[in-house]
Design a binder for this molecule. Structure first.
Ligand code: C5P
Length: 237
């Protein structure tokens, strides 16, 4: 299960990354590098993590015109990351171009990184989506629509709330990958996330990968928080 539990390294310095990984005593296998860390430390942090043997999800959520998205993915492919993503809101042509870029940038013989579409951020509520983004309907309807667009463009799966996974699998098929942030162990603060689940619930709902940030990295004892989480998930299998 550990290969399916991705820890979000939402830090802005290499020192903080090293401190966090040191606290976790080599137990974590898959990490996520997001905008905060990548914009501060650049490709060097990805190379560092790959040299240390981690699988890396590079969560930069590209969203631009198709040609730019294609170039972006070509550059990221060269870093040898394991998973990257684009916003499904960029549309089918942009996602197709991103996939082409990723394929072109991947070294011959190397596996292509999983390409994942972001549906609706897990911090988005229905009210925010309807009123601010002017998208009518329920969040679930829009997530399914985006998931089907993502599949049509030939991507591997989507980022979504764990609560939406059963609907996504039903619509797009079991092999369509789901990556789910918005993970909160029972009894912890939701923070800015609104559509949340515990790690056990997320896997029971069918998530292929869960992304855990502050529940581990901001815990008083990250190693203890991680171990508790792994035990609960494994006991639930
Ligand atoms: O601290 P927390 O567990 O809320 O962190 C969730 C991580 O997942 C953050 O790095 C955030 O950027 C990312 N994420 C998300 N919702 C998405 C895509 C990524 O929360 N739809």
């Amino acid at each position: 299960m550990r290969e399916r539990m991705i820890v979000a390294l939402d830090f802005s310095t290499m020192e903080d990354v090293k401190r966090c990984l040191g606290q976790l005593e080599g137990q974590v296998r898959y990490v996520k590098v997001g905008m905060e860390l990548f914009y501060a430390e650049g490709p060097a942090v990805v190379r560092f993590l790959k040299e240390k043997g981690f699988k890396v999800f590079l969560d930069l959520k590209a969203h631009d015109i198709p040609n730019t998205a294609k170039g972006a993915m070509k550059s990221l492919a060269r870093l040898g990351v394991d998973m990257v993503n684009v916003h499904a809101a960029g549309g089918v042509a942009m996602m197709e171009a991103a996939r082409e870029g990723l394929e072109q940038g991947t070294a011959a013989g190397a596996p292509r990184a999983l390409l994942i579409g972001v549906t609706m951020l897990t911090s988005t509520s229905r009210e925010m989506m309807n009123q601010q983004l002017a998208i009518p309907g329920t969040v679930e309807d829009v997530v399914i629509h985006y998931a089907m667009m993502t599949k049509q463009a030939g991507l591997d799966g989507v980022v979504a709330s764990p609560l939406e996974v059963p609907l996504i699998k039903q619509a797009a098929g079991e092999s369509f990958v789901t990556v789910t942030p918005g993970i909160r162990p029972a009894g912890t603060d939701n923070g800015d996330q609104t559509r949340v689940a515990t790690p056990e619930q997320a896997f029971r709902l069918g998530s292929d990968y869960i992304v855990i940030g502050r529940a581990i990295t901001a815990a008083d004892d990250p190693a203890a928080a991680w171990q508790r989480m792994v035990h609960r998930v494994e006991a639930d299998q």
